[in-house]
Ligand binder design. Structure first.
Ligand SMILES: *[C@@H]1O[C@H](CO)[C@@H](O)[C@H](O)[C@H]1NC(C)=O
Ligand SMILES: *[C@@H]1O[C@H](CO)[C@@H](O)[C@H](O)[C@H]1NC(C)=O
Ligand SMILES: *[C@@H]1O[C@H](CO)[C@@H](O)[C@H](O)[C@H]1NC(C)=O
Ligand SMILES: *[C@@H]1O[C@H](CO)[C@@H](O)[C@H](O)[C@H]1NC(C)=O
Ligand SMILES: *[C@@H]1O[C@H](CO)[C@@H](O)[C@H](O)[C@H]1NC(C)=O
Ligand SMILES: *[C@@H]1O[C@H](CO)[C@@H](O)[C@H](O)[C@H]1NC(C)=O
Length: 258
């Protein structure tokens, strides 16, 4: 009998224990920013190339409690409730994005992936600079075009930047990194560990400052219209694990020290 009373009390405790109140609900302003972001795109299964792609945003506003921190692809800081991660890779998002998009209200983001969607040849909006705490940005396979805005250089906390492979249905990249160019980018973003610009039209020689990025462990500059000589200073990149310079007009040899 005592055992069953114990079980019953445990069950009551389980029901009423306020575990869920420990994490604050998401902030109203961020919830509405996410919903307006969602509404600015249509869902199109052809917008993503990955066979396991599905619309992560489809169920966003159907959640009863409106806690955006529990939505698919959204992570919040446990203490502040602010959205710090948004992973909407392969989410079948289709449509244009511009500088008024409420994505740029989510200023607490550390981690953002919009990879493998179709942003309809939009330019990367200069408001990206609002996301100044970003350490990880992935816009690969997502049909952005034009010059990469100089404001990306203001994201000084970036450790991982992937702007590669414009689209899965078209090999002609429309992204350019010319003014500013690769030299300015690597001068400013000195915390980079991962840099993938595969397919971005850079049209320059390899800047010497590139090999000052001592934290780099992944570098791809494949198919970037690079020309000129391969730097003998590549051996300085002691942490490099992956290097791809294929499909360029480069000549010379990698130094034995690599
Ligand atoms: C920006 O995009 C929104 C739709 O997301 C559109 O209503 C608005 O007109 C666009 N603004 C400009 C300046 O293109
Ligand atoms: C895609 O971009 C074109 C040209 O800017 C525009 O006319 C069209 O409405 C856009 N489509 C979507 C779904 O945003
Ligand atoms: C970007 O930040 C500026 C200044 O902090 C702010 O005025 C602007 O509204 C923000 N843009 C967006 C789209 O949130
Ligand atoms: C950016 O990150 C720093 C350190 O993690 C934090 O102190 C600051 O409040 C963050 N800023 C925003 C806007 O989240
Ligand atoms: C960016 O996203 C694509 C598609 O999901 C993925 O293949 C790639 O590894 C990601 N890049 C980084 C640096 O994580
Ligand atoms: C790359 O950019 C250069 C300089 O703007 C231009 O001349 C060239 O046609 C572009 N290449 C491709 C493949 O778009």
């Amino acid at each position: 009998m005592g055992f069953f009373i114990f079980l019953y009390l445990s069950f009551l405790l389980f029901l009423f224990h306020p575990t869920s109140s420990r994490q604050p609900l998401c902030h109203d302003s961020e919830r509405s920013a996410l919903l307006r972001f969602k509404e600015s795109f249509s869902i199109n299964k052809f917008a993503s190339g990955d066979t396991s792609a599905y619309s992560k945003t489809a169920l966003w506003n159907l959640e009863e409690d409106g806690d955006c921190c529990s939505w698919d692809g959204v992570e919040c800081n446990e203490d502040t409730g602010y959205v710090i991660e948004l992973d909407l890779g392969s989410s079948c998002l289709y449509g244009s994005i511009n500088s008024t998009n409420t994505l740029f209200n989510l200023v607490h983001l550390h981690w953002l992936s919009l990879a493998d969607n179709n942003f309809n040849h939009s330019k990367i909006p200069s408001e990206i600079k609002n996301l100044s705490n970003l350490s990880h940005l992935n816009l690969s396979w997502s049909v952005f075009s034009g010059q990469i805005p100089s404001e990306i250089l203001e994201l000084s906390k970036l450790e991982s930047l992937d702007l590669s492979r414009y689209s899965w249905f078209d090999r002609n990249n429309e992204l350019e990194l010319q003014q500013p160019g690769l030299e300015s980018l690597v001068q400013k973003l000195t915390n980079l560990r991962v840099l993938d610009l595969g397919g971005v039209n850079i049209s320059s020689s390899l800047p010497h400052v590139l090999t000052d990025l001592s934290s780099l462990n992944f570098l791809s500059l494949a198919n970037c219209q690079l020309k000129g000589i391969i730097l003998s200073s590549f051996g300085n990149l002691k942490n490099l694990v992956h290097l791809d310079l294929s499909t360029n007009n480069l000549w010379g040899e990698l130094p034995p020290s690599i």
